[in-house]
Design a protein around this ligand. Structure first.
Ligand code: GDP
Ligand code: MG
Length: 162
């Protein structure tokens, strides 16, 4: 079984853009991995010699209710359970939001290895990541999924140990 990387975050932060950058093949992945469901979108990628699976948790409705349990759609919850590593994507242009904080709270108790990605950061300085430290998930990594900036470095870190 390949290491499974789940992409989590509120809508419109760039998860699917990142998914497309991280994957080459998009189809016929699930059939090869009986444990996985078709409810989420899977793709396979590779960094150097290391292959991985990526799960995009897009396609769910924005969460309307308050609270930790409702921080994410059930689909995303399941993706976290089956993931080895979670990439939590936030939006540098939008800044830190209350919804981000609720998702972070859920991720902190997940026991998963979590990397905090601050996307849409092309052209921005490190100042853009300052507010994201308060999520309590460690170092925020500035990336641009659209331009491919910072992505390789994060995947290298995420795959360490696999
Ligand atoms: P998702 O809802 O989290 O899957 O987000 P999408 O991948 O659909 O992207 C939402 C919007 O953000 C789209 O208009 C993307 O083009 C845009 N976007 C994604 N990544 C970047 C980025 O690195 N920089 C900028 N400026 N926009 C981005
Ligand atoms: Mg999406």
């Amino acid at each position: 079984m390949l290491p499974v990387i789940a992409l989590v975050g509120r809508p419109n932060v760039g998860k699917s853009t990142l998914f497309n950058r991280l994957t080459r093949s998009r189809d016929a992945i699930v059939a090869d991995y009986p444990g996985l469901t078709r409810d989420r979108q899977y793709g396979q990628g590779r960094v150097g010699p290391r292959p991985y699976l990526v799960v995009d948790t897009g396609g769910f409705e924005p969460v309307k209710s308050e609270g930790i349990v409702q921080a994410m759609a059930g689909q995303a919850e399941l993706a976290i359970e089956e993931a080895d590593v979670v990439l939590f994507v936030c939006d540098a242009r939008a800044g830190l939001t209350p919804h981000d904080a609720r998702i972070a709270q859920r991720l902190r108790v997940s026991g998963r290895k979590v990397f905090l990605l601050v996307n849409k950061a092309e052209g921005l300085s490190d100042v853009a990541k300052a507010e994201f430290y308060e999520l309590g998930l460690g170092e925020p990594y500035l990336i641009s999924a659209a331009h491919g900036q910072g992505v390789r470095a994060v995947i290298d870190l995420a795959l360490e140990g696999f």
